[in-house]
Ligand binder design. Structure first.
Ligand SMILES: Cc1cc2nc3c(=O)[nH]c(=O)nc-3n(C[C@H](O)[C@H](O)[C@H](O)COP(=O)(O)OP(=O)(O)OC[C@H]3O[C@@H](n4cnc5c(N)ncnc54)[C@H](O)[C@@H]3O)c2cc1C
Length: 558
C-alpha cells in the first residue's frame, strides 16, 4: 500500500497545491456530472440528440459508484396490462402512497425498451430453456464496462478522476461547473448550456462497496443554486453486512442464523427490526447454516463471490463458524431523497439543470420505501436517458453560447472560506462528527423526536466548521467539499424527518408509531444556511428567499 499522496514513492499531482493559473478550460453543450448508470445514460441520451457532451466522474466511468462493483436487479415486467397494474399497485402501497402510478408506468415502458437496446449493444443476458433473455438483472462490472464503450462511441468526452465541486451560474440559470483533475492536479472549468447532476446518493463514507465516492456534492451544488430536494426524511436505509466486509448482502445473510455473544438466537421471523435491536445490546454473529448442502453452498458462493472473500481471507468457514455482522448505513443511496424533479424530463427548478439517478429524489416511483430492490436501477436508466435528451434539447435551443455568458462560481462551504483569515477546515474531525450523527442506530434507525432534535442541533453547530479555509491540493479540496456536503445532507435529512410527525415507509418515529392519512404528501426541503421544509403543493420555497450570496434567484433578481 502506498503512503497517502504518494505513488511509488513520488508525490502524486492530486496532493500538490493545485495550479490555479493553468486550468483545464473548455465549452460543451451538455455537461454530465457523475458516471454511474444514470450519468452514462444521460451522456448517451444527450449525445444521441446531437449535443456535444462531456462527462466528468470523481472516479472512473465503468467502475465507480454503487452499481459498478456489484449488480442490480432491475424492474422488468413484460408489457402485460395485468402484470403491470399489479406491479404498480403493489409499489404504491409499499411506498406509502407517495409515488405516482403514471411515473411507475413510464419507467416500466422505458426499461422494457431500453434493455432490448442493452442486449443489442452486447450485454450477455442469460437465456431460459426456451431461449428467452432474462433481463431482470444486470451484473455491475459487465453493464458499466459496456456503458463506458457506448458513451465513448457516442462521442462523449470523458474526464475520469475529475470530481465536480461547484456549479457556474448567471441570471439565465446554470452555466457549467468547476472541479479538479486528480490525475493532473489541475482545476477544471467546463462551461455548458445544460448540466445533468448524476453524482449518486450520499452514503457518508460508511464503507459499503462502491459507495465511498458518494458523499452528496451533487445535492449541495444544486441547493446552492436554489434547487429543492424531496424525500430527505426517508434516508434511513441500513443494510446487513459481515462485520469486517464492505459488501451489504441481505439475501446472502438470509441463509444465516443470527446469535448474540452468549449464543442465544436472534429471532428475526416477521420482525424487520430484530437485528437492529440486538445490535443495540451488543455484538451479533451469523453462521450461514441454512445452506446445508454442498450444492447450496456452491450456488451461494457463485452468486456473491465477493461477499465470501474477506471471510475466506480471515480463515472463517461461514457455513459452520460464526462471524460478526453489522448494519451498514446507506444514506440516500438505498434511501429515497434527492434533488426534486419538476418535469417529466427530469428538469429541476433551475433553468438548464437536470437531475438523474440517486442524485434525484426517487419518490415519484418509490414513494416512502427503498427502491434498492429493482426500482433504483430502473430509475437510474430512465431518468438518465430522459434528462440527457432534455438537456441536449435545451442546450441546442439556447441562443446564447456558454463562452458569451458572465458566469459566477456558486460553491461556498468546503470550497471557499466564509471570511478571510478563517481557520482551516478540520476535515477528518468533521467527517467523524457527522458520521456519529447518522450512523448510530439509536439516533437514526430507532428515531425519536428529542434524540433527533439534539442530533440536528449538533449538526447545525458543525456547519461553521465547513465554512473555514479549504486546503490547497485537489485531494484536500475534494475532501473538504465532501465533508461540507455530508454535513449538509445530514442536516436536510434530520430536518425533514422532524417535519414528518408520523411513521410511513422507511421513516419511523417512536412518538408517532402510526401512519397519519393527513400526511400522505411529499415534503420538499430547500436552503443551505437556513433549511425550510414544506409540503409539496404549498407555497414554494422561493417565497422565503435564501440568504445565500449566489443563488440563481438572487442572480435573477440582480
Ligand atoms: C449494495 C447495493 C445493492 C444494490 N442493489 C440494487 C438492486 O438490486 N436493484 C436496484 O434497483 N438498485 C440497487 N441498488 C441501488 C443502485 O445501485 C443505485 O440506485 C444506482 O447505482 C444509482 O445509479 P447512479 O448512476 O445514480 O449512481 P452511482 O451508480 O452510485 O454512480 C454515481 C457516480 O457519480 C460519481 N460522483 C460522485 N460524486 C461526484 C462528483 N462530485 N463529481 C463527479 N462525479 C461524482 C461517482 O464516482 C459515481 O461514478 C443497490 C445499491 C447498493 C449499495
Amino acid at each position: 500500500m502506498s503512503e497517502v499522496g504518494r505513488v511509488n514513492g513520488q508525490r502524486s499531482p492530486s496532493s500538490e497545491p493545485i495550479r490555479a493559473d493553468d486550468p483545464i478550460k473548455f465549452d460543451t453543450d451538455v455537461l454530465v456530472l457523475g458516471g454511474g448508470p444514470a450519468g452514462a445514460w444521460a451522456a448517451y441520451g444527450a449525445a444521441s440528440r446531437g449535443a456535444r457532451v462531456t462527462l466528468v466522474d470523481k472516479g472512473y466511468l465503468g467502475s465507480s459508484g454503487a452499481t459498478a462493483p456489484g449488480g442490480n436487479n432491475v424492474l422488468y415486467v413484460e408489457p402485460d396490462q395485468k402484470l403491470r397494474d399489479e406491479a404498480v399497485a403493489s409499489r404504491m402501497a409499499q411506498g406509502g402512497y407517495l409515488s405516482e402510478a403514471r411515473w411507475i408506468h413510464r419507467i416500466l415502458d422505458n426499461v422494457y425498451e431500453q434493455l432490448k437496446l442493452v442486449e443489442q449493444w452486447g450485454y450477455p443476458f442469460p437465456k431460459d430453456e426456451y431461449g428467452n433473455s432474462q433481463r431482470s438483472h444486470l451484473q455491475g462490472p459487465e453493464y458499466m464496462k459496456l456503458m463506458r464503450n457506448v458513451v465513448k462511441k457516442a462521442g462523449v468526452r470523458i474526464l475520469d478522476q475529475s470530481p465536480a465541486l461547484e456549479l457556474l451560474v448567471d441570471s439565465h440559470g446554470v452555466g457549467g461547473a468547476r472541479g479538479v483533475s486528480r490525475l493532473e492536479g489541475l482545476p477544471w472549468e467546463i462551461r455548458a448550456s445544460a448540466v445533468v447532476i448524476a453524482t449518486g446518493g450520499c452514503a457518508f463514507l460508511a464503507g459499503g462497496l462502491g459507495c465511498n465516492v458518494l458523499t452528496g456534492e451533487g445535492l449541495l451544488m444544486a441547493a446552492e443554486l436554489g434547487a429543492e430536494l424531496s424525500g430527505m426524511e426517508f434516508a434511513r436505509h441500513y443494510a446487513p453486512s459481515a462485520g469486517g466486509g464492505t459488501v451489504t448482502r441481505g439475501r446472502t445473510l438470509g441463509w444465516g442464523t443470527f446469535s448474540r455473544e452468549d449464543g442465544t438466537v436472534v429471532d428475526r421471523r416477521g420482525d424487520p427490526d430484530a437485528l437492529a435491536r440486538a445490535l443495540l445490546d451488543g455484538p451479533v454473529y451469523a453462521v450461514l447454516d441454512k445452506a446445508d448442502t454442498p450444492e447450496k453452498r456452491r450456488i451461494l458462493r457463485g452468486a456473491h463471490a465477493i461477499f465470501f472473500l474477506p471471510l475466506d481471507r480471515a480463515g472463517f468457514d461461514p457455513f459452520t463458524q460464526r462471524f460478526p455482522v453489522t448494519l451498514r448505513y446507506e444514506g440516500t443511496v438505498r434511501g429515497v431523497g434527492g434533488i426534486r424533479i419538476t418535469g417529466d424530463d427530469c428538469s429541476t427548478t433551475i433553468p438548464g439543470l437536470y437531475a438523474a439517478g440517486d442524485a434525484a429524489s426517487r419518490q415519484l416511483v418509490t414513494g416512502a420505501s427503498s427502491g434498492g430492490g429493482a426500482f433504483n436501477a430502473a430509475w437510474a436508466l430512465s431518468s438518465g436517458g430522459w434528462s440527457g435528451e432534455a438537456a441536449a434539447q435545451y442546450a441546442l435551443s439556447l441562443g446564447r453560447k456558454p463562452h458569451e455568458r458572465t458566469l459566477q462560481a456558486a460553491g461556498r462551504a468546503g470550497v471557499q472560506s466564509a471570511s478571510t483569515g478563517s481557520a482551516s477546515i478540520e476535515t477528518a474531525a468533521v467527517i467523524k462528527a457527522v458520521q456519529s450523527e447518522v450512523f448510530p442506530l439509536e439516533i437514526n434507525y430507532f428515531r425519536s423526536v428529542p434524540v433527533l432534535e439534539q442530533s440536528l442541533r449538533r449538526l447545525n453547530a458543525l456547519w461553521p466548521a465547513v465554512n473555514g479555509a479549504p486546503g490547497t491540493s485537489a485531494d484536500e479540496l475534494l475532501r473538504s467539499r465532501e465533508a461540507a456536503a455530508m454535513v449538509q445532507t445530514a442536516r436536510w435529512s434530520h430536518t425533514a424527518a422532524l417535519a414528518r410527525t408520523e411513521t410511513r415507509g422507511m421513516h419511523t418515529f417512536a412518538e408517532y408509531p402510526d401512519t397519519d392519512p393527513r400526511q400522505q404528501r411529499r415534503l420538499t426541503t430547500a436552503g443551505v444556511e437556513t433549511i425550510r421544509v414544506r409540503p409539496e403543493g404549498l407555497a414554494p420555497a422561493s417565497a422565503h428567499p435564501e440568504p445565500h450570496p449566489i443563488s440563481w434567484r438572487k442572480a435573477v433578481a440582480a
